[in-house]
Design a protein around this ligand. Structure first.
Ligand SMILES: Nc1ncnc2c1ncn2[C@@H]1O[C@H](COP(=O)(O)OP(=O)(O)OP(=O)(O)O)[C@@H](O)[C@H]1O
Length: 218
C-alpha cells in the first residue's frame, strides 16, 4: 500500500543545506498500522509530508496505492491525496464556516466519493450525531479531532496519515480518540502511518519505526 525507498530530503538553511532524511525506507501493507517515533527534529513530519505529496523528495521513491509520486505533477499529487489519502493533523484543520456534517463529508464530496450510509456510520461511531449542526468553534478539541478523523475516512482512502493526532488533547481524551480512529481505520481496511511521541500510543499500532537524525534506527 505504501512503499518508501531510500528517500533523502535536505532543506536550505542559513548554514547551508541540512539533510533531514538520509535514505529512509519503509513498507506498509494493506490494513497495516505503523507508528513513526523519534526525537524532535528527527524528520518524522517531513517524511509524512513527503508521503502526502505536500513536498517533493530530493532522491528515492514513494509509491502510494500503486502510484509513484515522482511521476505526478502538482495536480496529480493533489488528486491522489484527495482520492486515496486521509490526513489527520494535531491542529484539526476543520473549515470554520462549515458545520460538523459538512466538514465530515467535504473531502469525500470533492473526490466524488461521498457515501451517505458510510458518512452516517462514521458520524454515529464517532459520537457526533448530536453535534452535526454545530460549527468547529462550538466544539471541544476532542470533538474537533473526531470530526477530522471522520473527514479523513469519509472517502474510504487507502492510507491514513496522522501527525500527532492527539498532541492537543489530554491523555484520557487522546486515548479515546485513538481507540475510535484505530477501530474505524480497521473497519475501512485502510493502512495507517501515525507520527507520535507517545510510547503508549505507538504500542497500540501493529509496528513501529524509530527515526534517529533522519535515518531508520536499527
Ligand atoms: N521547510 C523547512 N525548511 C527548513 N528546515 C526544515 C523545514 N521543515 C523541516 N525542517 C527541519 O527539518 C528537521 C526535521 O523536522 P521535522 O518537523 O520533520 O521533525 P519531527 O521529527 O517531526 O519533529 P517534531 O517531533 O518536533 O515535530 C528539523 O531540524 C527542522 O527544523
Amino acid at each position: 500500500m505504501l512503499h518508501v525507498d531510500q528517500v533523502c530530503k535536505s532543506y536550505p538553511t542559513a548554514e547551508g543545506l541540512v539533510a533531514v532524511l538520509s535514505g529512509v525506507s519503509l513498507d506498509l501493507g494493506p490494513g497495516e498500522s505503523l507508528a513513526l517515533t523519534g526525537e524532535s527534529g528527527s524528520g518524522k513530519s517531513t517524511l509524512l509530508h513527503l508521503v502526502a505529496g505536500l513536498d517533493a523528495v530530493d532522491s528515492g521513491t514513494i509509491t502510494v496505492a500503486g502510484t509513484a509520486l515522482g511521476g505526478l505533477d502538482d495536480a496529480g499529487r493533489a488528486a491522489l491525496r484527495r482520492d486515496r489519502i486521509g490526513l489527520v493533523f494535531q491542529q484539526f484543520n476543520l473549515i470554520p464556516s462549515l458545520n460538523v456534517a459538512a466538514n465530515l463529508s467535504f473531502q469525500a464530496r470533492l473526490a466524488g466519493r461521498h457515501d451517505r450510509i458510510w458518512a452516517a456510520h462514521l458520524t454515529e461511531a464517532l459520537g457526533l450525531t448530536a453535534l452535526v449542526h454545530r460549527y468547529p468553534e462550538q466544539l471541544s478539541g476532542g470533538q474537533q479531532q473526531r470530526v477530522a478523523i471522520g473527514r479523513a475516512l469519509a472517502a474510504r482512502p487507502a492510507l491514513i496519515l496522522a501527525d500527532e493526532p492527539t498532541g492537543n488533547l489530554d491523555e484520557a481524551t487522546g486515548d479515546a480518540v485513538i481507540g475510535l480512529m484505530l477501530g474505524l481505520v480497521a473497519e475501512a481496511g485502510a493502512s495507517l502511518l501515525m507520527v507520535t511521541h507517545s510510547e503508549r500510543l505507538a504500542a497500540r499500532l501493529d509496528r513501529r519505526l524509530h527515526l534517529r537524525a533522519g535515518k531508520v534506527a536499527p
